[in-house]
Ligand binder design. Structure first.
Ligand SMILES: Nc1ncnc2c1ncn2[C@@H]1O[C@H](COP(=O)(O)OP(=O)(O)OP(=O)(O)O)[C@@H](O)[C@H]1O
Length: 674
């Protein structure tokens, strides 16, 4: 897990919350070096800086021109001669020589020297060009990439793994091939990609070689578990996922290759390469993200086909990645019955070359006709569940009303002061994050340490104070979540916040931003008209951000001051009606006691642009786990109400049966899914 730090340094730096711990799930203990098992690593991960002043491609070009540095304009990077490469080092990853070995990311200004592997921020580069301070030295120092602390472990696992065809027991080899769907993948292909098999872990081992073949930087182990009729793959990487930047297949790429197919799994790359003979690369973390650190390695390709998988999430990821890669050179394979992922296509005997030829250009003009949209509409209609977004695992009632959490939407959340808004929204976001929704938190009111503590308690569903011996275990798992925090505290300008969000979307493929709460961006305007205008502007900015970046924004807004004994409604959100108009969803945490009995709160969905279903459901607060999710066995009542004017009556229905809505259309008694 990473935290955006802001301190005296000229950079806001993204750093791990508490060093980096080695998680070893999936790898047998016997393969983990003896105690101490866990080590604290300070510099193992690349330092990713967020410049205080965002840089644009125009700024970078201007700077290079002013300093007489020649450059070539690439797809996502600018290429220039590297001050960090000695003349003898001018070799690219494919072993060819090149004099323009410095790649500068057009969006962030971060650089990577392919010859020496030096990397740094745009400020580092400027300082080095201007010969300021230690910067040149710093760049050179960075180039001497530290030997990874795990190298011993990586080597040890690699040495114990064997090629599949060398397994002494043919039955075992056969079983492994079946489990991984490799029946049609030849030994030659496995050999070419240096894939091995680790018998004790029953896992395939995919190596990560340093560019230029200078040794082993890491490994990915993929284990297969039977799940019903299908197989579920479990991945373990060394180093851990955040630092695992292997583009699998890179050593096989020739520097003259101009086309490549990107896949989300190593196994798919094997299948594609074998049947098409095409250059293919597998992304290190599948559809979860495309780290910008990989972009320089993809610069040489004039055409990139993304064939990531067979579901809507893969399709959405492909569209997002294409933006980063420059959509003009990208084509996307659309998931469909006759277009499964490459390994399945090979196993089903489908024509892979036909599927590749049907890839659609990612580039959209501003005006499209229905002809261009019809396939996309069909995709949504035939995958209704997936089109509804990621479903909560802890809040079945939210699924019932909102259907899911979708990209690009704006959710406004309000509730009385101290009613538990932060606590609820923390669990709501955590739930999605545990399902792979990359999440960025902007907690302006409470410190990140406190927020992380609440979240960790919710994650463990219990008080960790009383079981400190389990702390590391939970913290290790928590740390692997795709969860990031901004370190802003107190008042912040909306520009700075949006810039940081933009950066996080680019670098970490964030798809959910939580802002708690909007009032911290409103400045100190005294007049209420100024305040309302300021809020409208801010809501508009978040709305635009959500749409432009296909990123969900959940915005906490305080309510206006109202009578304590009145229920809140959409109109109770502070400010003008802009917030509720712009929002796709409006959620209200009601803390009126709708039912006799202490501690009852209700969540009201009072706007739902996706399909219009609105309603309320009870939330039971559990003080020890700080959770609101309903324990699986208890019964909940869900009411559908007609519209937002229909306020929930305070009159309790008989006893435990729950609340009744004055305007209620339907009143369902239902048990939530466990
Ligand atoms: N339903 C509940 N019953 C009792 N205590 C609760 C409940 N929900 C939250 N709390 C506790 O109340 C405190 C305040 O909760 P929280 O910070 O989430 O409220 P909030 O609505 O975000 O507050 P604010 O209006 O100041 O932003 C926390 O200590 C939390 O554990």
């Amino acid at each position: 897990m990473w935290v955006l730090l802001r301190g005296g340094s000229p950079f806001r730096t993204l750093l791990p919350l508490r060093g980096e711990w080695m998680g070893r799930r999936g790898v047998p203990r016997s393969l983990v070096p003896g105690p101490p098992r866990r080590r604290y690593r300070k510099e193992a991960l690349p330092a990713l800086d967020v410049p205080v002043l965002p840089v644009t491609a125009t700024d970078i070009r201007q700077y290079l021109r002013t300093h007489g540095i020649p450059f070539q304009d690439g797809h996502s990077c600018l290429r220039a001669p590297s001050p960090f490469a000695g003349a003898s080092q001018h070799k690219d990853h494919a072993g060819g020589t090149t004099s323009f070995s410095l790649f500068i990311d057009k969006t962030t200004g971060r650089f990577l020297c392919m010859a020496s592997l030096a990397e740094g921020s745009w400020e580092d580069f400027q300082a080095s060009v201007e010969g300021r301070g230690d910067a040149t030295k710093e760049g050179v120092l960075l180039s001497k990439a530290p030997e990874p602390v795990d190298s011993e472990e990586v080597r040890r696992i690699w040495d114990r793994a064997v090629p599949l065809w060398e397994l002494p027991d043919p039955q075992e080899a056969q079983l492994a091939r079946v489990m991984f769907g490799l029946s049609k993948v030849t030994d030659d292909t496995l050999k070419r990609f240096s894939v091995r098999y680790l018998r004790p872990a029953r896992s395939l081992v995919f190596p990560w070689f340093s560019p230029g073949g200078l040794g082993l930087r890491g490994l990915k182990l993929v284990g297969a578990e039977g799940q019903g009729d299908g197989v579920h793959y479990v991945e373990t990487t060394i180093p851990r996922p955040g630092a695992f930047h292997n583009l699998f297949g890179l050593p096989l790429i020739n520097r003259r290759d101009v086309e490549v197919v990107l896949t989300s799994r190593e196994l798919d790359s094997l299948a594609l390469n074998q049947s098409m003979g095409l250059p293919t690369l597998a992304l290190p973390r599948g559809i979860a993200c495309l780290p910008p650190a990989l972009l320089p390695y993809l610069e040489q390709f004039r055409r990139i086909v993304l064939w990531l998988g067979d579901d809507l999430r893969s399709w959405e990821a492909a569209k997002l990645f294409a933006r980063k890669l420059n959509p003009k050179r990208c084509s996307l394979v659309r998931p469909g019955d006759q277009q499964p992922r490459p390994l399945e296509a090979l196993n089903q005997g489908l024509n892979l070359s036909r599927i590749l030829r049907s890839a659609l250009p990612a580039w959209h003009r501003s005006i499209v006709s229905f002809r261009q949209l019809r396939e996309e509409v069909l995709g949504e209609l035939s995958n209704v569940e997936q089109a509804a977004g990621v479903r909560w695992s802890r809040f079945p009632d939210l699924n019932r009303l909102l259907k899911g959490h979708r990209k690009g939407e704006l959710t406004v959340f309000t509730g009385p002061t101290g009613s538990g808004k932060t606590t609820f929204i923390s669990e709501y976001a955590l739930d999605l994050c545990t399902q792979g929704v990359n999440t960025l938190w902007g907690s302006f009111e409470i410190s990140n340490v406190r927020l992380a503590r609440v979240m960790l308690t919710q994650f463990a569903v219990g008080r960790l104070e009383e079981q400190l011996d389990k702390y590391d275990e939970w913290a290790d798992r928590f740390e692997d979540l795709p969860l990031y925090f901004m370190t802003f505290h107190g008042q912040q300008s909306i520009r700075t916040v949006i810039d940081t969000m933009q950066h996080a979307v680019y670098v970490y493929d964030i798809c959910h931003v939580v802002i708690d709460n909007l009032q911290f961006m409103m400045g100190h305007e005294q007049l209420s008209t100024d305040r309302i205008a300021a809020q409208d502007y801010i809501v508009g900015a978040f709305r635009k951000f959500a749409t432009d970046n296909s990123c969900h924004v959940t915005l906490v807004i305080h309510p206006r001051k109202e009578d304590d004994d009145k229920e809140l409604q959409t109109a109770s959100i502070f400010g003008s009606a802009k917030a509720s108009q712009e929002a796709d969803n409006v959620l209200i945490l009601q803390d009126r006691r709708l039912v006799t009995g202490p501690g009852k709160r209700y969540l009201q969905v009072s706007k739902n642009r996706f399909d219009g279903d609105v309603g309320v459901f009870p939330l039971e607060f559990n003080k020890s786990s700080l959770t609101f999710s309903i324990p699986p066995k208890s019964k909940a009542r869900l009411k559908k109400i007609k519209d937002d004017n229909g306020l929930v009556a305070k009159k309790p229905s008989s006893g435990k049966k729950g609340a009744v809505s004055q305007n209620s259309e339907t009143c369902l008694d239902q048990a939530p899914n466990a």
